[in-house]
Design a protein around this ligand. Sequence first.
Ligand SMILES: Nc1nc2c(ncn2[C@@H]2O[C@H](COP(=O)(O)OP(=O)(O)OP(=O)(O)O)[C@@H](O)[C@H]2O)c(=O)[nH]1
Ligand SMILES: [Mg+2]
Length: 295
Amino acid sequence: MFSFLKKALATIYTRVTSKLRNLFGQNTVDEATLKELETILIGADTGIHTSRTIIENLKKELLSGTLTKGSDLEKALGDQLKGLLQKSPFNPEAEIYLLVGINGSGKTTFAGKLALWLSNRGKKVLLVAADTFRAAATEQLSSWAKTVKVPIVTGKEDQDPASVIFQGCDQFKAGSFEALIIDTAGRLQTKTNLMKELEKIRKILNKQLGERKILTLLTIDAMLGQNSFDQAKIFHESTHVDGIVLTKMDGTGKGGIVFSITHELKIPIAFISFGESPHHMDLFNADDYIKELLG
Ligand SMILES: Nc1nc2c(ncn2[C@@H]2O[C@H](COP(=O)(O)OP(=O)(O)OP(=O)(O)O)[C@@H](O)[C@H]2O)c(=O)[nH]1
Ligand SMILES: [Mg+2]
């Protein structure tokens, strides 16, 4: 995970980590230092509410005298961030992985990467191209299926996604597969239609494979900053989300979005992903992430 994370967080280093290192190098820490830290956190997409919570807690330590120098601040901030993430742990074990998210957020790309990740862990995987809204979507996932050598169930353009999922469920059971990955459409005529569609898909899955564990993963483009937070909120309010997949991590330049999503929406970060290489994704590991972020 470490070298992968280094690459994923490369742009964050110059924009966030180097500023934090400056603060950690100070001989004394006072209210002005915490004010500066708050500005860095907000600038790094941590969100105003989450940043304030962190700063309030650090202020208490400052007043109690346990926070006096830069190195204390590094330790105290690390503990605060860890605390935020530990409240929402993620368990990747499941049989059905349903990928949802707005168009362009990286669902199809991640479906391919996840198929490889699970195959490498010895799972017999089946992909389902349930985005029948665009013909290119099925081609895109079929190409991934070929690359990662995993079988795929596809439908025709404009075929009801529900019927493709039915087919997928049947093949899953008949072929004694161990993991089913379902790619869905991100764009329908309206947001209400999209949410209705997802609801319908969930119902079918519950009916066909209800006894198996189903994980709904929401892909979020990390480059969108606060907008990614808003998207996560909308999806979470309409459909149950078990975990977030943060995509395009290398392009963000920030990294605080992880903390505001877990703290304010209570959704765990499941995976992080960047680039087009099938190997550029991994399970989110809170300790490694914080270590890398704080430098
Ligand atoms: N740099 C980078 N590009 C990515 C990543 N994930 C996806 N992309 C690119 O972003 C674009 C959209 O990705 P898709 O996987 O097609 O997104 P989607 O959510 O399936 O989009 P729709 O099918 O339109 O709903 C493509 O050009 C991908 O190659 C990533 O982690 N890093
Ligand atoms: Mg897609």
